[in-house]
Design a protein around this ligand. Structure first.
Ligand code: LLP
Length: 384
């Protein structure tokens, strides 16, 4: 399913902007629903990946739950139509105000990341006279082999509770009349492309379930992290959900009636979004040619922050000749570079250039650095 860019319409638009292929988003959601259709599997969308209201509404309408990390995200999810009961609230630094508001909304579960957080949730729940549903985030000590900024499951880490401390925290939950311990939560990292770490996660969870056979867990939340193919968005527009969900189905030893929760972000929205920019100048350097775009790290920070590479596509050049270019943004930072020695058709001032696979952690991470305006968004179904 190749994204079609309505280039003639796009030429008339002010750039840079995010373009979302809603047919691809729908097909992705459909695949998720199809391949996660095992009894007791419940998929939540990780709102942090993209909280554009239009995107959220589309995902909410499909019946997925929401995984949130701030009260702002909780509100955005509820506004878009996600049910409070299917909304989980994670994050290492929930403030008292956020905890109280989430209890008031009646969210489905707090993913608790530390012992001090549990005590604060307990005391706020007590004051409000509301029992707080919690899942404990356990650090499973698994290396997801991804970028070190987005690896989260290894031993000492700001996320989650160490396995060695788990018994103590579980005991605190059991003792409290204001805490309803629902289950355990895990997340090994993001942009995971080799699925072996998920098998290891299943084994780790099975061992923990044996170790804690005396404790009731209604749900096991295995987090998110499934990666996408940034190099070939047109050949692999939809991640291999079949294989992903099958791993959990085949390897997790669930207790009877136990639910499995997933929190997928990137895999849901990355491929449907592109950042559309315009070439401001083509500059001849000493040995190199530079394509300078009107969009940069303020609109799409992933290359500057994680050395990520997004496929770069000149949407308007009709030239049969190809050349090598460094493709850069306009921001006053050397890291504001999308690609070096990129092979592109001959590129000219005014050409439209798409940065592909930018639907996840693109628009949401945009900033106003250099007093720039935030990018707008356009949707395929309104572009006809
Ligand atoms: N659950 C938890 C607890 C998480 O921390 C995350 C992502 C997710 C689920 C969703 O992960 P996903 O399915 O999207 O991989 N800005 C970075 C990625 C940060 C991921 C943070 N946590 C990037 O652009 O690569």
């Amino acid at each position: 399913m190749k994204t079609h860019f309505p280039v003639d319409r796009m030429r008339a638009e002010a750039t840079p902007f995010y373009y979302y292929d809603m047919e691809l988003l729908d097909a992705t959601i459909k695949a998720i629903r199809q391949y996660s259709d095992y009894p007791d599997f419940q998929v939540h969308y990780a709102v942090k990946a993209n909280s554009n209201p239009e995107i959220l509404r589309r995902i909410a309408a499909s019946g997925l739950g929401a995984d949130t990390v701030s009260i702002g995200e909780v509100k955005a999810a509820l506004d878009a139509g996600f049910s409070a009961a299917k909304t989980v609230f994670a994050g290492v630094g929930k403030t008292d105000e956020e905890i109280a508001a989430a209890l008031e909304y009646g969210i489905g579960c707090f993913n608790v990341e530390s012992e001090p957080e549990l005590f604060v949730i307990e005391s706020i729940a007590r004051q409000m006279g509301k029992k707080a549903p919690v899942a404990l985030r356990v650090n499973p000590e698994i290396d997801a082999h991804t970028h070190h900024y987005i690896t989260t499951g290894i031993a000492e880490n700001k996320f989650g509770i160490a396995m060695s401390m788990l018994r103590r925290v579980i005991d605190s939950c059991i003792k409290s009349e204001w805490i309803d311990l629902q289950g355990l939560h895990f997340h090994i990292g993001s942009q995971v492309t080799d699925l072996t770490p998920y098998k290891i996660l299943c084994e780790r969870i099975n061992r923990l379930q044996e170790e804690y056979s005396d404790i009731e867990f209604a749900s096991i939340n295995v987090g998110g992290g499934l990666g996408v193919d940034y190099d070939n968005p047109d050949t692999n527009p939809i991640p291999d959900f079949e294989e992903f969900f099958k791993i959990f189905h085949e390897n997790l030893k669930l207790r009877s009636g136990q639910q499995v929760h997933f929190e997928l972000g990137r895999a849901v929205v990355a491929q449907c979004g592109s950042l559309i920019t315009r070439v401001v100048f083509v500059k001849e350097g000493v040995d190199k040619k530079f394509v300078i775009l009107d969009g940069g790290m303020t609109e799409l920070i992933r290359p500057a922050l994680y050395q990520a590479h997004h496929k770069i596509e000149n949407l308007t050049s009709t030239s049969p000749d190809e050349e090598r270019y460094d493709v850069v943004g306009p921001i006053c930072e050397s890291s504001d570079t999308f690609g070096t020695d990129e092979l592109l058709p001959e590129t000219k001032r005014g050409d439209l250039v798409a940065l592909r696979s930018a639907g996840a952690y693109g628009e949401v991470m945009a900033s106003c650095y250099n007093c720039r305006s935030l990018p707008g968004s356009r949707f395929s179904h309104r572009f006809r």
